[in-house]
Design a protein around this ligand. Structure first.
Ligand code: FAD
Length: 379
């Protein structure tokens, strides 16, 4: 079987590896439009039960890939979730049981003095702190991407692909060449809908801008999901974290998970408003910070902000997307689902809620991008 994968980001990379490990001949085409510069967060501390299931499957995939490729891409890390008392009572208490079933150990604290060791300050008097172990990881996605590009078993083509319908077949055009496979899978993130325009297919997908910045700060231990200030804070890399930690310092990456609809290629800049708001929130939570970098990228959402798998053209063509801010958390599981569908003709049960059929037959989808699906304490 020959499969052409368009898009070598988070999902296309894992999909190519999974197919290749099962003996499928893979051609991976990537335009180099977006690439994570540092490890991404993988967390099972999610809001929806089905997403937590995907995060568990994804964790196992990272472990399998690490074993198979002889390189560890999964680094365990503790986290602190900070919420207000009413969110704790109304939402988090119930989630603790689901997280426990997913192998997460949690301890709940109500006093500011309990979070001092994590390098954090209390901001409001009604804060609750959930310290978790076994639920979060940093995934070395750049390493996996480099591996795929160097692999002799996967044909890697650097270029911008477009697709063309030819009777019941799909042709992939890149760098002036034409490729035909048994199946084509489009995993081009925020560029998915642009590619689909060529074949006149409208899907419930919207691209939006997502941004983050890096700071030098006093030492912060673990990942911080701060739902009081609506920001997240995480070490940039595990290595930097252990190196700088000896001097009481950290390089942290932080963001706010806010969304603004934007087609890729337009207005590629970091918002000054985003940076100044983020810095003032960081000062409250961790003290003084010095900005050392900033990054923006494009993410993709669906009407319910959960990912989607779209089978098209009698299963010759698949699209997998809508991963908003949690592609490293749930993406590999759905890449495995597509792999199983291609090889066995059936969807694993965990993938069924993510099929595009959940949106019905509407052709003209009108909606606004919502809060990302991994956010907690959302009204
Ligand atoms: C700053 C930032 C920080 C983030 N942090 C995290 C995190 O810690 N954890 C997490 O889970 N998620 C995080 N995300 C979100 C995560 O990056 C996305 O969920 C994920 O990348 C989606 O995966 P994807 O494979 O669908 O798309 P992408 O990873 O965006 O990959 C799409 C790929 O398609 C390629 N492409 C596009 N068009 C074409 C074409 N025509 N031909 C060929 N190739 C094409 C692009 O070059 C790109 O490589 C972050 C996002 C940003 C911007």
């Amino acid at each position: 079987m020959k499969v052409i994968v368009i898009g070598g980001g988070v999902v296309g990379t894992v999909l190519s590896l999974l197919l290749n490990m099962r003996g499928v001949s893979v051609t991976l085409i990537d335009a180099g439009l977006q690439r994570p510069g540092y490890p991404l967060v993988h967390s099972k501390l999610l809001r929806f039960r089905e997403d937590i299931e995907l995060a568990k499957v994804s964790e196992n995939i990272y472990r399998d890939l690490s074993r198979h490729l002889g390189m560890n891409v999964l680094h365990d890390i503790a986290s602190i979730t900070i919420v207000k008392q009413d969110c704790y009572e109304g939402e988090i208490k119930d989630l603790l049981t689901i997280w426990k079933d997913a192998g997460v150990k949690t301890e709940v604290y109500f006093n500011a003095s309990d979070i001092k060791d994590y390098g954090l300050k209390s901001v409001q008097s009604d804060e609750v702190y959930v310290v978790s172990n076994g639920g979060d990881h940093l995934v070395n996605m750049p390493k996996l991407m480099d591996h795929v590009r160097r692999s002799r078993d996967i044909v890697y083509i650097n270029g911008k692909a477009s697709i063309k319908r030819n009777k019941q077949n799909i042709e992939v055009l890149v760098n002036g060449d034409r490729y035909v496979g048994d199946h084509v899978v489009i995993a081009a993130g925020a560029w998915n809908s642009i590619i689909m325009r060529n074949v006149d297919v409208k899907l419930p997908l919207l691209p939006y801008k997502c941004q983050a910045a890096a700071f030098l700060s006093s030492r912060v231990n673990g990942i911080v999901y701060d739902y009081v200030l609506d920001i997240y804070i995480r070490p940039l890399t595990p290595m930097l974290s252990s190196l700088l930690g000896r001097f009481g310092l950290s390089i942290i990456a932080a963001g706010d998970g806010n969304t603004e609809i934007k087609e890729p290629g337009t207005n590629g800049y970091i918002d000054e408003g985003f940076l100044s708001e983020l810095m003032s929130k960081l000062r409250l939570r961790v003290g003084r910070v010095l900005r050392v970098g900033a990054r923006f990228g494009y993410c993709e959402g669906t009407p319910d902000m959960r990912p989607v798998i779209v089978p098209l053209l009698k299963d010759r063509l698949y699209l997998i997307g809508g991963f908003n801010g949690y592609g490293a958390e749930v993406g590999p599981a759905l890449a495995l689902a597509v792999t199983e569908q291609l090889l066995n003709g059936t969807w694993p049960r965990y993938a069924e809620p993510y099929l595009v059929s959940r949106f019905g037959n509407a052709q003209d989808f009108v909606w606004d991008i919502n809060k990302e699906a991994h956010e907690l304490c959302v009204d």
